[in-house]
Every structure is written in C-alpha cells, then in structure tokens.
Design a protein around this ligand. Structure first.
Ligand SMILES: *[C@@H]1O[C@H](CO)[C@@H](O)[C@H](O)[C@H]1NC(C)=O
Length: 182
C-alpha cells in the first residue's frame, strides 16, 4: 500500500514536471525568527528549525480559519523548478536530508505538525528545504513524503533542467515544499 502510494506520488511528479508551466519564484522568509532548533537523522547531521516569517503566503485568509488539524500526507503536489540554470543544491547533500527524514520517520514517528505561521526548515551543507503551511489551519504531514520530494526536486531541478532547485506546491495550494541552495 505504501509502495503504491509512493509510486503514484512519483508518477504525479513525473507528469507534472513534463507539463511544467507554472511560473515559480523561491519563497524567502522575511524577518526570520528561529522558534526552535534541533538536529535530525541518525548522526544528527541535519539541522532543523521551526521559523516565524513576516511574509507568509496565505491562500485562505487566516482569520476565517477554524481550529482544526488537517492531515495532508499523501496529497499531490506540482513540481516547479526555479530558473535559470546554475547554483542549485548538490543532490548528494539533499539526499542526506532525505535519509535523515526517513530515519526519523522510523525512529521518531511517521507524522509531524506544521503550525500556522511557522514553516519548518532543514539544512545540510549546500541543501536547504522548507515546508511552508499556507492554510488557515495547522497541518500534519509525513516524513517519508517530504523525503521523497526533497530527493525528487533536488535531482530533477538541476542545471540540465535550466534550474537551480524548485518547489512542489499542493494542488489546493495549502502547502509547499521548497528545495534550494543554502
Ligand atoms: C495550532 O496548534 C497550536 C498548538 O497546539 C494551537 O495553539 C493553535 O491554536 C492551532 N492553530 C489553529 C489555527 O488551529
């Protein structure tokens, strides 16, 4: 079941990369405040932070939000690469983050929460990734899917694709994962 779900996610990516049409610009956390810092992975080599940013995109009008926690694990997202070519993260560095996420999935838990207004950031060497919640409600996501997306975007948004990193935006735009150079 898990394998099937992953296969369908990856094939969704493949189709959407071929069809890549959406314009995309990297998200930058303005007035960044670090709310928490912790290492992840077997050797604790990946740095993770919970951030607060003053410029969070909000697709739903936060004030209208209900108090609820929504599990968005497994939801499809569309990959956008950031052009032009050159200066992307080293996919091997991104793979260290992907592996650390898998390790934590097995050793800490499959799921994690992303509160409204607080993106989660991870970094190893040249690779950075963000999970940004754009909804008016708290979200729950799964470490295995973040891992797959980090690997996928890092590998498929490189110079050969006229890119330097990219993102994967949920179909309903309530979240996105960004992969970029630190
Ligand atoms: C999100 O979760 C936090 C911590 O449990 C809670 O304080 C906050 O009210 C929640 N926000 C929403 C919009 O439900």
């Amino acid at each position: 079941m898990k394998v099937l779900a992953l296969a369908s996610i990856l094939s969704t990516f493949a189709v959407e990369v071929l069809a890549m049409a959406l314009p995309s610009t990297p998200f930058v956390c303005v007035n960044e405040e670090v709310l928490a810092t912790y290492p992840i992975g077997k050797n604790k080599e990946v740095q993770a932070r919970v951030l607060s940013c003053s410029d969070l995109p909000n697709v739903m009008g936060r004030s209208a939000g209900q108090k609820r926690q929504t599990n968005v694990c497994g939801n499809a997202c569309t990959t956008n690469c950031f052009s032009p070519a050159g200066g992307g993260p080293n996919p091997n560095d991104c793979q260290v983050i992907a592996d650390a996420l898998l390790y934590d999935s097995q050793n800490i838990g499959a799921l994690f929460n992303i509160f409204v207004g607080s993106p989660i950031y991870m970094q190893y060497a040249s690779c950075e990734t963000f999970f940004v919640n754009q909804a008016s409600y708290n979200e729950t996501y799964c470490r295995t899917d973040w891992s797959s997306i980090v690997s996928y975007v890092a590998t498929n948004c490189q110079s050969q694709q006229n890119a330097h990193g990219g993102n994967c935006v949920a179909s309903d735009q309530t979240w996105f994962i960004q992969v970029q150079t630190s």
